[in-house]
Ligand binder design. Sequence first.
Ligand code: C6P
Length: 414
Amino acid sequence: MAVPEKTLFDVERVRADFPILKREIRPGVPLTYLDSTATAQKPRQVIDVMDTFYRRSNANIHRGVHTLAEEATAMYEKGREQVASFINAQSARQVVFTRNTTESINLVAYTWARANLKSGDMIVLTEMEHHSNLIPWQLLAQARGLRLEFVPVTDDYLFDMDAYRELLALEPKLIAFTHMSNVLGTITPAAEIIRLAHEAGALTLLDGAQSVPHLPVDVQSLDVDFLAFSAHKMVGPSGVGVLYGKLPLLEAMPPFLGGGDMIKTVHLRTFSTNEVPYKFEAGTPAIAEAIGFGVAAEYLANIGMDAIAAYEHEMTEYALERLAEIPGVTVFGPSAEHKGGVASFVMDGVHPHDVAQILDHDGIAVRAGHHCAQPLHEKYGITATTRASFYIYNTRADVDKLVEGIYKVKEIFG
Ligand code: C6P
């Protein structure tokens, strides 16, 4: 699908919204930011709304009756509405603000799973999970005697549907899986995985940390039970994320953390819980961040998630083509058809960290390491990869720079 950049959206206009892209890493060395999978850059619209909040309306929420408190509450709740609409939630009440994807997944593990799973029950994950969707379940499995099983990644780096069907026959209680691998870029067939899970009587938790920023994600058409994602990967601020859940599930779940705002009445020995979503938002939340999150969601929606996905697909195809030309470079992950804008690679004879360091000399920001997906690296017998990732503000010229940089690395290492 070779879609010319201009027909999708005006990339130069998008780039102009991101002040950091004007930065020089050293005099005369402009920034080429290829690390959006770790965290995305922020447009002026997000920076401005947070700045305005602190300059004009800063107050705590849900507590005061004074003007600032009411403005702050309204802005925070607007953020929730904007995010709810972005994922097509039926109600903003289904959007629980957390700190990030990691906390959202832990919330489900500590509340729904602790209340509903017993020794011997089975949870299905995949081999390509980020540690955030692995450790909470390992902790719970240790505490409760649960069984964890893993859907393998096929030889062509895809979710193994046949193996999944076999695991479903064992009647798991929960399927917790990534929608897009942060290492391979593999996009999992979430709708089909969820449909089959429901047929088998299991609930589903989708790790949308990498998909919600890059693909249209509609919770109603997916029919997913829980969805976790972070603002900072979708041009929003760090410190805020979302747990979306089906309302009856959220309502039946015990609270996560205890404290202010999550209660209705409190006595010395007892309390009653507030309504969803406040039941899960104990203490003063990240107010400015939730406001920025809403604006970030609206910013992406205005460009259009279909256009974003198509643009990134085109860039991924181009990047894979260019990287394949370089002798001694191996890229991990499926063909562009099944892949988001991520290219993790190794170079013969060069440590991934050295690659990243040399690229940084030319202002090219990539990540090196296991990317919090150590078991996946183990599967391929490696300890680390260098990872370049693409977003709405990247261009083919950035890919060309990366390729030039890799040739330089080859020269240095002979
Ligand atoms: N991956 C990366 O460089 P948090 O840190 O909670 O916002 O997101 C965690 C997370 C969960 N799932 C997936 C698929 C992810 O990619 C991430 C974050 C970053 O790949 C930071 S390790």
